[in-house]
Every structure is written in structure tokens, then in C-alpha cells.
Design a protein around this ligand. Structure first.
Ligand SMILES: Nc1ncnc2c1ncn2[C@@H]1O[C@H](COP(=O)(O)OP(=O)(O)OP(=O)(O)O)[C@@H](O)[C@H]1O
Length: 232
């Protein structure tokens, strides 16, 4: 469904991604792991067109998208749950869900379905986004992305800064989406959580893929875990 082929991405003169390649299969959860600053967010931003690669190609359903602006990429069916959630703090929960909603990719997701998946959001539908707890904001950010009816959902550390209880809740929702057949690429710092939901894992180090394999293969690979995933 998504193929990232040897991309090189820069911030000004700073060369951050050095030929990153990865694939996301239809209906699967692919997880990007790696320590802080290794290029995970930059990879997500390259795919969605926030920071397009200077070299290399990105194919979505066999079509090259690396040269397109982000609104066109999103129109083609790639949704994003950005790092830090980025919800609209002066809009209500309901407005957050509806302002960027899109039906051009089909119309599976409706407000009713979102509220069914996240009953907490329905309870708080009239509250301003800025008044929600971190966990509620995380749910809102996922709900808002689903309202664009994506074929592929990019999630950049949806569990960041949440309490263990909230992390569990958000992850169980992500698992439900996976059971429903949604294709996802998720950045995650928490190894245990990543191994729990992933079908396939990539590890990034200094803008390069240093491991790819199944969660079981990563689990057994003590060297990769020690070298590239140790905290710090
Ligand atoms: N806007 C920017 N301008 C310049 N350099 C940047 C910018 N954003 C990120 N970088 C640099 O690019 C590199 C990769 O950053 P990136 O955010 O992709 O890492 P990450 O793996 O997602 O880490 P984190 O979990 O901390 O977000 C880092 O060295 C970072 O300092």
C-alpha cells in the first residue's frame, strides 16, 4: 500500500534521512522505533508532504506522491495523528471532529461512529479542545484523523505523555482499528507497546533503517535492542 524507497530528507542544509526505505502492507500495523532524534517524525513528515524528500520516491497504491503538497496527499487517503496531538484548543470537540472531515475517500466514519468508539468524546462534545485531558486529546486527535476517512493512518507517538492507564486505553482503540482492517504506520518509543500491536517493525538510527523484521524477531535480537533502543 505504501512504499518508501531510499528517501533523503533535509532541514535546510542538515541531511536528516539517509536513504530510508520501508513498506506498509494493506491492513497491517507497521511500527517505527528508535531513540529521540533518529528521524522517525521526519519520516512521517516526508510521507505526508510536510517536509518532502529531496531524493528517493514514495509510492501510495503504486502512485508516486513524494512531489505532491500535503493537502493532495491527504486527499489521496493518508491521514495523520501528529506528534503533540495538535488539536484546535478554541474549537469544541465536535467542531474539532467536523472541520477537517472529508468524505471523498468513502464515508465510513461518521460522528456517530466516532462517538461509539470513543464514548468519552461524546460526553465532552461541547467542551473546548483546550480543556480536555491528555488522554481525551489523544482520542480526539485519532477521531479527527478518522473523520478524513483515511486508507492509511500515520500515528506519531499517540501515547506520548499519557498515564499508563490512558496508554492502555488508547492502544486498545488502535488495536480495534487494526482489527477493522485499517492500515497504519505508527511511531512509538515504548518497545513493549510496539511489540504488542505491530505486525512489522523498523528501527531507525541516525536517519537510517538499522533493523526490520517481525516483533518476534526484534524481541529475540538483544543486540539491536541494546544498541538502538536503550533509553537515553
Ligand atoms: N525543524 C527542524 N529543523 C532542523 N532540524 C530538525 C528539525 N526537526 C528535527 N530536526 C533534526 O532532525 C533529526 C531527526 O529528528 P526527528 O524529529 O525526525 O526525530 P525523531 O526520531 O522523531 O525523534 P523524537 O521522538 O524526538 O521526535 C534530529 O537530529 C533533529 O534535531
Amino acid at each position: 500500500m505504501l512504499k518508501v524507497d531510499h528517501i533523503h530528507t533535509y532541514y535546510g542544509d542538515s541531511h536528516v534521512l539517509h536513504g530510508v526505505s520501508l513498506k506498509v502492507e494493506k491492513g497491517k500495523m507497521t511500527v517505527l522505533l528508535g531513540r529521540n532524534g533518529m528521524g522517525k517524525t521526519t519520516t512521517i513528515h516526508s510521507i505526508i508532504g510536510f517536509n518532502s524528500p529531496k531524493k528517493g520516491k514514495i509510492y501510495f497504491n503504486n502512485e508516486e506522491i513524494q512531489h505532491l503538497p500535503s493537502y493532495q496527499i491527504s486527499k489521496k487517503g493518508i491521514g495523520i495523528v501528529p506528534q503533540g496531538r495538535r488539536i484546535f484548543s478554541n474549537l469544541t470537540v465536535k467542531e474539532n471532529l467536523t472541520t477537517t472531515a472529508r468524505t471523498t475517500n468513502g464515508n465510513e466514519w461518521t460522528l456517530e461512529k466516532i462517538y461509539k468508539l470513543f464514548p468519552r468524546l461524546e460526553e465532552r462534545k461541547k467542551s473546548l479542545g483546550g480543556n480536555l485531558s491528555g488522554g481525551e486529546q489523544s482520542m480526539l486527535s485519532i477521531g479527527r484523523a478518522l473523520m478524513t476517512n483515511p486508507r492509511l493512518l500515520l500515528l506519531d507517538e499517540p501515547s506520548e505523555g499519557l498515564s499508563p492507564l490512558m496508554v492502555k486505553e488508547v492502544m486498545s482503540i488502535i488495536k480495534k482499528l487494526k482489527e477493522n482492517g485499517l492500515s497504519m504506520l505508527m511511531v512509538e518509543q515504548n518497545l513493549a507497546m510496539a511489540l504488542n500491536v505491530a505486525d512489522y517493525v523498523y528501527v531507525l538510527n541516525k536517519g537510517e533503517v538499522v533493523f526490520d523484521g517481525t516483533p518476534e524477531e526484534l524481541e529475540r535480537n538483544q543486540e539491536v535492542k541494546n544498541k538502538y533502543l536503550a533509553l537515553g
